[in-house]
Design a binder for this molecule. Structure first.
Ligand code: GDP
Length: 454
């Protein structure tokens, strides 16, 4: 028998309500011991009452509770939920009572793991649960919900079906070889493997965009003092919806800002914060922004268009080197001494945009440029089937490699039972995405990234 598990499923903090969730065979028993009500606790009926400590009769909180009988529940087990007031104390006390009365503390992601093990979700859907919870922009959310609903699973299943057809075909030919049809078999096989490979490659092509949509991109703004960097930060922040910081109560980092540009989560790093400092705490902050600058996905380099490039600009150009950069020729209202041409010779890969932060012109172009860099021309802007998960991407690449090995062997006319091995391997690798052929340690790894109570 599986343990009955319990956890606080809402975020800790101050809220109108908070939820303690209990799942497993003893869920009803645990609830009966700590929940007291004048009403009968019918299946799926939200019931008014109190959480009471059975040891001493002390009332913990006034609550609503519900019991949901298996199998139509999140975990497919018996589930009980208690809506307490959203106070850390009430939640903590209610949870300890559940734990003292027959439940054990759930591990991270354990509810969702059970939903997976009991066949309610496949593995890619279970992984999407966490993405839905942590989504910061509408776009990220849509992609995650699509995956939760099984869009990726459906595509993987249809590719696997194609592979299975090929495998069946090969098996027939291995078992009943017929010299006369062999040539036809090989040509046909090679074509079919290519077609399946193309389907996988189409998914792989979405992975870069998928990763950026999910994890966001970091952009470092660099330029000499007074060139207009803060004005740019402010303009971008004003135009876009700022993202709520993850941990409430932490002091807002003045050097980094999180926002959403065209529905892409973006972390802006103002390198104005990178300067010499005596203060120890300030030094730590500066070290951090230097690291973020080095790790940034994209650099925005701002120059004064009304003036010639000076030594300071040249030093920055050296620092940028070969990295991805958008150059903003700012203060165009004051003159156009340095615009596109000159910069292009120094930074051939740069996109140059003329801006004037005084009247905020050019901001829309910057946003469009960021958007087109993220989508890279390969992915449609409204495409909701994107591979966002590094585990999935790695498996797709391996499966594709196995298929391309199988194709090379086919083209060389090697024995079918060798070719068969690689094709089977691609079938199994794709199966790992949806969790059909997956090892215990992979499962533990996947669910350890979840939060408690999910
Ligand atoms: P930072 O030191 O790079 O962060 O530069 P700021 O954003 O603080 O701007 C320095 C000064 O330049 C401020 O007085 C801004 O109002 C001004 N400034 C910024 N952009 C423009 C622009 O496009 N045209 C003009 N005329 N002034 C600007």
């Amino acid at each position: 028998m599986e343990d009955t598990i319990a956890a606080v499923s809402t975020a800790y903090g101050e809220g109108g309500i908070g939820v303690v969730r209990i799942s497993g065979e003893n869920a009803k028993q645990v609830l009966d011991r700590i929940f007291v009500s004048d009403f009968s606790l019918d299946n799926r009926k939200l019931t008014y009452g109190h959480v009471v400590d059975p040891e001493n009769g002390e009332i913990v909180d006034e609550v609503l509770a519900v019991f949901m009988k298996a199998p139509n529940t999140y975990t497919r087990e018996d589930v009980a939920e208690i809506d307490t007031h959203g106070s850390v104390v009430s939640l903590r006390k209610t949870l300890s009572l559940a734990l003292a009365n027959g439940a054990r503390a759930a591990e991270k992601g354990e509810f969702t793991k059970r939903a997976f093990l009991n066949g309610r979700l496949d593995l890619s859907q279970a992984e999407a649960v966490m993405d839905v919870i942590s989504a910061k922009t509408d776009r990220t959310f849509d992609v995650a919900v699509g995956q939760l609903e099984g869009r990726l699973s459906a595509e993987i299943k249809s590719i696997r079906k194609e592979i299975m057809d090929v495998l069946v075909n090969i098996t027939v030919n291995i078992d009943y070889p017929d010299e006369d049809i062999e040539l036809v078999v090989y040509n046909d096989l090679s074509n079919r493997i290519s077609q399946i490979g193309d389907m996988i490659e189409k998914l792989i092509d979405t992975a870069d965009t998928g990763r950026m949509i999910r994890e966001g991109i970091s952009i470092a703004i660099i330029g000499k003092p007074n060139v207009g960097k803060s004005s740019l930060m402010n303009a971008l922040l004003r135009e876009s919806r700022a993202i709520v910081t993850e941990i409430p109560g932490t002091t807002r980092d003045t050097i980094e800002e999180s926002l959403s540009i065209k529905n892409i989560p973006v972390k802006l790093i103002d390198t104005a914060g990178i300067r010499d400092a005596d203060d120890e705490i300030e030094k730590i902050g500066i070290e951090r922004s230097k690291e973020s600058f080095n790790a940034a996905d994209l650099i925005i380099f701002m120059i004064d268009a009304s003036d010639a490039l000076d030594d300071e600009d040249m030093k920055i150009i050296d620092t940028i080197g070969e990295r991805q950069v958008i150059v903003l020729a700012n203060k165009t209202d004051l003159g156009r001494e340095t615009c596109g041409g000159k910069i292009k010779t120094l930074l051939p890969k740069a996109t140059v945009i003329e801006t004037c932060m005084k009247d905020r012109s050019g901001v829309e172009e910057i946003e469009n440029e960021i958007e087109s860099l993220v989508y890279g021309g390969k992915v449609k802007q409204n495409e909701s089937l994107l591979v966002t998960n590094a585990r999935h991407e790695a498996l797709l690449r391996e499966a594709n490699k196995a298929l391309s090995d199988a194709k090379s062997m086919t083209d060389r006319g090697e024995a079918l039972d060798f070719i068969d091995i690689d094709i089977k391997r691609s079938y199994e690798l794709l199966g790992q995405i949806i969790g059909e052929t997956v090892e215990e340690d992979v499962l533990n790894e996947v669910f350890s990234r979840f939060c408690l109570g999910k």
